[in-house]
Each structure stands twice: as structure tokens, then as C-alpha cells.
Design a protein around this ligand. Structure first.
Ligand SMILES: [Zn+2]
Length: 386
């Protein structure tokens, strides 16, 4: 509450201070306005993945269970790596669901996904993740910013990113120092990790920031602004640990291992169509109802086999082919890149040959090539399964 009030007060002040950014450099002027738009928004707060999944009856695939705890080399995190997902159209919610389901196949995991509406913390930052190569992974907390398609939403999303990151700095007693240009400091872009530490070759979030006339330096100044504000706010009290979910709640290890393939059981309740789907009647004849697009949530009553094919009942006399929701596991015979709905390769993950991947519904044609959907907005070339 108090923070909100302060933000408003300072946001009003920004208009008066703005001319100091007015040097002979277009980009700086643009960026200043992104930060000033950002500061007009209040923080969305953190959503914890395990809680979000509980409410939807989805299994939390705990990343740091058992033999998979990545311990920081100094015991606690030394800084934060700022990423960008490079997946247009995928919200923090989409990314969180996807990574929870597939991290073990993709060899990739991060601490949080952030967009204009949500900060979803995937797991406690007390342990490392697989986000930026072997050198960075046991040093830094890693946060992914999701793509937005308007300037306002972009500003909102970096605002959430900066406030969340600033809170983490306080929690782990880390001083913000911009490492993006020098390789020395606590706030890193993934690009800076590639340049100065190695073990990875990605250049995010620079390209995406540039599209909005924004840069890591601008982001750092926003982060520093909130870090200082939070320091002033809490000078008399310490930030309570549960602010950012220090300890994820007890999720017993046995929970995560007991059910090897929960998705393949007949699903009931609210489910998301992962592939565009026609509806059929109880005899398996296609109805005249409009095509339901991938991403639509339907309520599944039961599974039913019609003419030897599995369907799920979603209405009184309405069925969809089960594979559009539960998918089919296929083994990759080649390493495979992941593509978006326009056939552009997403650079944040590669699926390795030999892994089992769940695909949904039939193959689809994107730009003349055939793909299988592996999520509502991610696709793998069908040829990789032959
Ligand atoms: Zn990255």
C-alpha cells in the first residue's frame, strides 16, 4: 500500500524532471518515456507457480527435487540475469505452464516469467536454474520477460520485472551494479553472460528491448529507482521473507515422481485445446459448430471411444478428438528447434534427439512446412519425428 502511494507521488514528479533526459539522442528520449510510463503502473505482485497449478489441478513438476538442486557457488545468488523469451504471443501464464510440463525435455528452467499482468515465480530463488549456461547457472537468479505487443504493455511488463528484481536484490542483500556493458556487477543481460562469461550464446533481451527503443541501461535505471525506493520504505523494517516466497511450500518429493504420465489419463474439468478442433456428435459426425481454436478452454465431462477413436465430451452432444487436448507422445529422431505460429524459430530452447515430446492433434502447415503443435503457440517440424 505504502509503496503504491509513493509510486504515484514520484510518477507525478517525473514529468518535471523529464527534460534532463532531453539530450541529442533519440533513443534516450524514447527510453525515458518507457520508464515514465512504467512508473505510472502499480506492481502486480507475485503468483507462485505451485499455488497457481493447485487451483487448476495440474501437477507441479518440481525442478529442484532430489538430485537436481543447483547450489550457488557462494551459497546465495550473486546477481540477476534478465532474459526475454523471444516467443511472441506467449504470456507468463503460457510460459509457466509450458516450462512446468516440459523442462525435463528441454533442459531449460528459470526462476520467474514476467509480463504486463503477472509475475509468476516458478521456484524458490534459493537454488539455481538452467537458464544461461554452466557458468551463470550457479551464480544468478534468472528472470524471463515475456513479449508484449503494445508500448504500454511493454512498459507495464518492464515495470513488473524491475520491481520484482529489486525486491530480490533486497532479499539476498545484493547491491545493484549494471554488469551489462562491463561484465562486472550484479545485474546481467543474458547477452552480457554470453559476452563476458560464456557457456551460452544468446543475446537477449537486447534485440527485443531495441524494438521499443529501450536498453539494459534503461532497465537498470528503472530497477535502481525501485531498489532505492524500497530501501527507503523498509529502512526500519526488514522485508519479510514471504514477500517473494523464500521457501516454496512443502511439496513432497514423492508427489513429483509418483505419477509418471498424468496427462494421459482421461482428463475431466476445464482443459485447454492445444490444437484447433472441430466438434463431433456422439456418432462421430462433424457438427456445423465453428472451429474451436487452440487455446480455447473447454469443460470435459468424460472420455468416449467412437468408431475406435478417442473423443472427449465437452457438451451435451458435443465431442472433440482427444488428441487435441491430451496429445500423443512421440520420440524425436533429430534435435529439433521450436517455432512460433508464424514459423519463426524461438531461440530459447532446443529439444534433443531421443526425447519424448507430447504433440497435440494432427500436423499443421505453416509456410509450406508441416509441424506438430507441442503447445498452443509452439511447433516442432514433423520431419523431426521420422
Ligand atoms: Zn535468455
Amino acid at each position: 500500500m505504502k509503496i503504491k502511494k509513493l509510486i504515484t507521488t514520484i510518477a507525478i514528479g517525473v514529468g518535471l524532471v523529464a527534460p534532463i533526459f532531453n539530450v541529442n539522442h533519440t533513443q534516450v528520449v524514447e527510453a525515458a518515456s518507457i520508464n515514465s510510463i512504467a512508473k505510472q503502473n502499480s506492481y502486480v505482485g507475485e503468483t507462485f507457480l505451485y499455488q497457481m497449478l493447485q487451483t487448476q489441478n495440474i501437477k507441479y513438476n518440481k525442478f529442484y527435487a532430489k538430485g537436481n538442486k543447483i547450489k550457488y557457488r557462494k551459497g546465495t545468488p550473486e546477481g540477476i540475469v534478465i532474459h526475454e523469451t523471444a516467443t511472441p504471443g506467449a504470456s507468463a501464464y503460457n510460459e509457466a505452464i509450458y516450462f512446468n510440463r516440459e523442462w525435463m525435455n528441454m533442459y531449460s528452467y528459470v526462476h520467474a516469467f514476467v509480463d504486463s499482468k503477472q509475475v509468476i515465480q516458478m521456484m524458490t530463488p534459493n537454488y539455481g536454474v538452467w537458464g544461461a549456461g554452466a557458468i551463470a547457472n550457479n551464480r544468478f537468479i534468472q528472470i524471463e520477460l515475456c513479449r508484449e505487443n503494445t508500448r504500454n504493455k511493454f512498459a507495464k511488463s518492464v515495470n513488473n520485472d524491475a520491481i520484482y528484481a529489486a525486491k530480490l536484490l533486497h532479499r539476498y542483500d545484493i547491491t545493484p551494479v549494471n554488469a551489462s556493458n562491463t561484465g562486472k556487477g550484479t545485474i546481467w543481460s543474458h547477452h552480457a553472460v554470453s559476452r563476458f562469461l560464456g557457456g551460452t550464446n544468446h543475446t537477449d533481451p537486447d534485440g527485443y528491448f531495441q524494438k521499443w527503443g529501450y536498453s539494459m541501461n534503461d532497465f537498470f535505471s528503472l530497477l535502481k529507482y525501485y531498489y532505492d525506493m524500497q530501501a527507503a520504505e523498509t529502512s526500519n523494517t526488514t522485508v519479510p521473507d514471504n514477500n517473494v516466497g523464500t521457501s516454496d511450500p512443502v511439496v513432497s518429493d514423492s508427489n513429483t515422481d509418483s505419477d509418471p504420465d498424468p496427462v494421459s489419463q482421461a482428463p475431466t474439468g476445464n482443459k485447454t485445446l492445444m490444437h484447433d478442433a472441430y466438434t463431433y456428435d456422439a456418432q462421430g459426425n462433424r457438427t456445423t459448430a465453428a472451429l474451436k481454436t487452440a487455446g480455447t478452454v473447454v469443460t470435459v465431462a468424460q472420455e468416449k471411444v467412437i468408431n475406435g477413436k478417442k473423443y472427449l465430451q465437452i457438451g451435451e452432444n458435443e465431442y472433440v478428438v482427444a488428441s487435441n487436448i491430451v496429445g500423443t507422445k512421440r520420440i524425436l529422431t533429430h534435435n529439433a528447434y521450436i517455432y512460433d505460429t508464424t514459423g519463426i524459430r524461438s531461440d530459447n530452447a532446443k529439444l534433443l534427439r531421443g526425447t519424448s515430446v507430447r504433440t497435440y492433434g494432427g500436423r499443421i502447415n505453416i509456410g509450406g512446412k508441416m509441424y506438430y503443435p507441442i503447445d498452443t503457440n509452439r511447433f516442432v517440424k514433423a520431419a523431426n519425428f521420422k
